[in-house]
Design a protein around this ligand. Structure first.
Ligand SMILES: Cc1cc2nc3c(=O)[nH]c(=O)nc-3n(C[C@H](O)[C@H](O)[C@H](O)COP(=O)(O)O)c2cc1C
Length: 194
């Protein structure tokens, strides 16, 4: 399968980058083709302009967006890999969604309202937080992330979710053994779901 991996973390050394490498190498070893879009390394412009919002409807799409849309179009699986920042995506990834998953490309209007246009594609989310999984579950934060991302982005565009791996805690409350376990979960996921 063609897997588009979109990575968002500015740090050169971080869990997100490591776990992305684990995901890509496991998928590559199983014969999948990977296209990695490292948004910070690309210096991707995340600010949607008025022209971007209607670009696909008018057939006048900014060059950088058209390139990313080509990668989306060619993919069978789209994997978004990022840390949780303020119970959300880093702004650069939010802006990538705003500009690339645009009206007329990723969704459109049908007789019953909006309709996703990326049917047939599958989605993967890999996220992490400083807080524990228990805190995320009990506080409703996990639900908030899932509603915004699994439902509000992927399913909205008719991308069927293969899975959302959330790793917590990361940072001062995680141990090397816990982190190794997180990587093992990613390898298991690739083997069993892709
Ligand atoms: C700007 C910023 C906002 C953050 N917001 C949250 C948050 O809302 N909830 C949380 O549990 N952790 C939060 N964190 C912690 C990160 O999620 C955590 O450090 C990250 O998942 C570790 O992955 P990394 O090594 O790839 O950066 C935040 C970190 C930063 C830098």
């Amino acid at each position: 399968m063609n897997i588009l991996v979109v990575l968002a973390n500015p740090k050169e050394t971080c869990f997100t980058r490591d776990v992305c490498a684990t995901f890509c190498s496991e998928a590559h070893a199983r014969g999948h083709e990977i296209v990695l879009r490292d948004l910070y390394a690309m210096n991707f412009n995340p600010v949607a302009s008025a022209a971007d919002i209607t670009g696909n409807l008018r057939g006048n799409v900014a060059q950088d967006v058209a390139l990313e849309q080509e990668y989306v179009q060619r993919s069978n699986v789209i994997a978004l890999i990022h840390p949780i920042w303020w119970i959300d995506r880093p702004a650069i990834l939010k802006g990538y969604i705003d500009r690339v998953f645009a009206l007329g490309f990723a969704y459109g209007y049908g007789p019953n309202g909006t309709r996703g246009s990326l049917s047939g594609k599958r989605g993967v989310l890999i996220t992490s937080s400083g807080s524990t999984q228990e805190h995320f579950n009990e506080s409703g934060k996990m639900k908030a992330v899932e509603v915004a991302q699994d439902l509000g982005t992927m399913e909205f565009c008719d991308i069927k979710m293969l899975g959302h791996l959330h790793f917590a805690p990361l940072g001062s409350r995680s141990t090397p053994t816990m982190v190794e376990g997180y990587h093992a979960r990613v390898r298991d996921f690739v083997r069993s779901r892709l």
